[in-house]
Design a protein around this ligand. Structure first.
Ligand code: MTE
Ligand code: MO
Length: 416
């Protein structure tokens, strides 16, 4: 299917359509004065450039790509800042833009003093310093982290007119390197009756969560590096618990203690928060593993379109259960769908970039994306998702995000 026959309503083209004809966006070539100017020697070629720097920074022209910190938070140490997803490309979040969620600020921990203790129902309690951990074999994987409260704004009665980053930016993806937790637990010798671990952080919140031993033995990592450099203070320096695909809160930062216990202990952070109040008045606890989710970033609120013609729709998809199997896009409010191309390679529990060519005819359109993962999980419509819960419950929201494009190319957040 290499021609430009739409495969779904609203002008969606096949994901493998080769746009051979050119998009006509380059500006007319010719002998005119404007073309002559384009060919002139750029001023930067006439002088030497700047010198070296100890730690590089983004281009000065892009210094406005920053974490969004819109919520009014008092005190400002308990809250969140968000990744500007709509201003980034690819799948990896630069370390300075990884979202932050702190319950009592970022502790300043001297790595030489820090210890990770494994105790409780174990044969041999152990204490590791950073050097000791570096003697163990390490693994490196791309993994997303998403806060349980991410996208929760979509549960509000009116759709917020806000960027994709401010709605969905409690989500980041990094290449994490560290020691598989299973190795350390095997050395400590878990009691067969120890089915949970209490993971506690060394921050002022003493944040702690109950974590199933099955997860700890499966793919949990004591993460020491983030995108190749030592993990940032905001992400848990000198070490954090990484539980791939599990809700952000359980990925305890500044990790200093893992206590093996028989059953979950119902810590403050897993009872007062990150628990879903259902429509029938019961509460669902330990909603740890995410299902499938996606969001279109281009176009999205604040990134308006410049007239009819060819565009590439692109965004991010992910699942806590494994790999993204497919992402479908609709440009007609969900009446018809076309399958997007997925960026290669599709990694488990990592962000996946999807893309689809679109010939926009200039008429109002409603764009939606729907991810399905390899376990068969998919995304519900907002109304379907809301119906399960008591009013006000917003955790673990994976509803389909709908963006309306008006005839002027302006994009708004809509509920369909
Ligand atoms: N010790 C500790 N660990 C913590 C937190 C915290 O406040 N203290 N916040 C949790 C929450 S709610 C989330 S969503 C993730 C956020 O990780 P990040 O700040 O690296 O993005 O860390 C979790 N781990
Ligand atoms: Mo969170």
């Amino acid at each position: 299917m290499l021609d430009e026959t739409p495969v779904a309503g609203g002008g969606l083209l096949h994901r493998r359509t080769l746009l051979r004809a050119g998009l006509g966006l380059g500006g007319a070539m010719g002998a005119g004065a404007a073309f002559g100017q384009s060919l002139a020697t750029p001023p930067s070629m006439r002088v030497p450039g700047a010198g070296f720097s100890a730690y590089g920074q983004p281009a000065q022209w892009r210094g406005d790509i920053v974490r969004e910190y819109a919520d009014v938070q008092t005190p400002p140490i308990a809250g969140a800042s968000r990744t500007p997803l709509h201003r980034l490309e690819g799948t990896i979040t630069p370390n300075g833009l990884h979202f932050e969620r702190h319950h009592n600020g970022v502790p300043n921990i001297d790595p030489a003093q820090h210890r990770l203790v494994i105790h409780g129902m174990v044969r041999q309690p152990l204490s590791f310093d950073l050097d000791a951990l570096h003697r163990y074999p390490m693994v490196t994987h791309n993994r997303f982290i998403e806060c349980g409260g991410n996208s929760g704004g979509l549960s509000r009665p009116e759709p917020a007119q806000a960027t994709a980053g401010s709605i969905h930016g409690l989500l980041s993806c990094a290449e994490w390197t560290g020691v598989p937790l299973a190795i350390l637990l095997e050395e400590a010798g878990l009691d067969p009756e120890a089915h949970w671990l209490i993971a506690e952080g060394a921050d002022g919140a003493g944040m702690s969560r109950s974590v199933p031993v099955a997860k700890a033995m499966d793919d949990a990592v004591i993460a020491l590096y983030q995108n190749g450099e030592p993990i940032r203070p905001e992400q848990g320096f000198p070490m954090r618990l990484l539980l791939p695909g599990f809700e952000g809160n359980a990925n305890v930062k500044w990790l200093h203690r893992l206590k093996a216990v028989a059953a979950p202990v119902h810590t403050r952070d897993e009872t007062s928060k990150y628990t879903d109040l259902m429509a029938d008045g019961r509460a669902r606890q330990f909603v740890l593993q995410y299902g499938a989710k996606s969001v279109i970033l281009k176009p999205s609120f604040g990134l308006s379109m410049r007239g009819p013609g060819l565009y590439e729709i692109s965004g991010l998809a992910w699942s806590g259960a494994g790999r993204v199997a497919k992402v479908e896009i609709s440009a007609d409010g969900g009446q018809s769908w076309a399958e997007a191309a997925l960026g290669d390679p599709v990694l488990p529990k990592a962000l996946t970039r999807f893309r689809l060519p679109w010939r926009w005819d200039g008429a109002p359109a409603v764009l939606m994306s729907r991810a399905t993962d390899e376990a068969g999980n998919t995304q519900p419509a907002r109304a379907e998702w809301m119906a399960q819960f008591a009013p006000g419950q917003f955790y673990h929201c994976n509803v389909i995000q709908c963006w309306a494009v008006d005839a002027n190319g302006e994009v708004s957040n809509v509920y369909v």
